[in-house]
Design a protein around this ligand. Structure first.
Ligand SMILES: [Zn+2]
Length: 218
């Protein structure tokens, strides 16, 4: 649906593809920056006839679907070393947007093998430290520097639309990136339709732990 073939030997065709591609805000409308995007709002999707409208709307709020969606977005980011990331934007989350970003050291030096809590302090060589969260003496140093993904949400992508000085290989790289992004958006829509088809939504009562204050004689 979103993916389009482009002749990667034709400069003009590649530029036209990039210039005509749908764009959306990377943050909000008053921060003016935009990037390549796709509108995955339901009215924009050819909805299969066997799926009823209510199901479609309801599924959006279901945690299982949201987890599936973030897996798809994460796979895209990981395959681009996080230099390029896909994120959801728009008031109703109706747009997938291409973002720039990267990875950097997080500053965490150690972690608890029991509960996974991270810590900025190093543990002395050959020892184990106490975890600040669960109190287990299971805190050990990271063997590799611990890295953190960051996103540059205010940074536009090709907003000026000026590809004049671009070499052919640069254009090709950019077109391929946007095509991959479009394919990701196609898989998001496909996964969504498949989820609607194969699962029904059941209501479940869950117990939420709650802290209450009581009085106790002193
Ligand atoms: Zn712990």
């Amino acid at each position: 649906m979103f993916y389009k073939e482009v002749n990667l030997k034709k400069r003009g065709e590649m530029i036209a593809f990039l210039k005509k591609h749908f764009r959306y805000h990377t943050m909000n409308s008053w921060n003016r920056s935009t990037s390549y995007a796709n509108n995955i709002k339901l009215y924009n999707i050819d909805m299969p006839v066997d799926i009823d409208q209510d199901r479609f709307w309801e599924m959006l709020g279901i945690i299982d679907w949201q987890e599936k969606l973030s897996d798809l977005l994460e796979d895209f980011g990981r395959s681009h070393n996080w230099l390029w990331q896909a994120g959801i934007n728009g008031r109703s989350g109706g747009y997938v947007v291409l973002y720039q970003g990267g990875i950097k050291p997080s500053g965490y030096k150690s972690y608890c093998t029991h509960c996974d809590q991270k810590n900025y302090q190093l543990v002395p060589e050959g020892q184990k430290g106490i975890c600040g969260r669960c109190n287990a003496k299971e805190r050990v140093n990271f063997k590799q520097p611990h890295m953190q993904v960051f996103t540059l949400p205010g940074k536009d992508v090709d907003m000026d639309g000026d590809f004049h000085g671009w070499e052919l290989f640069q254009l090709r790289d950019r077109v391929e990136l946007v095509q991959e992004f479009d394919m990701l958006c196609d898989s998001i829509v496909e996964a969504f339709i498949e989820t609607c088809r194969n699962y029904r939504i059941v209501e479940e009562e869950i117990l939420v732990p709650k802290t209450v204050k009581t009085l106790e004689p002193v």
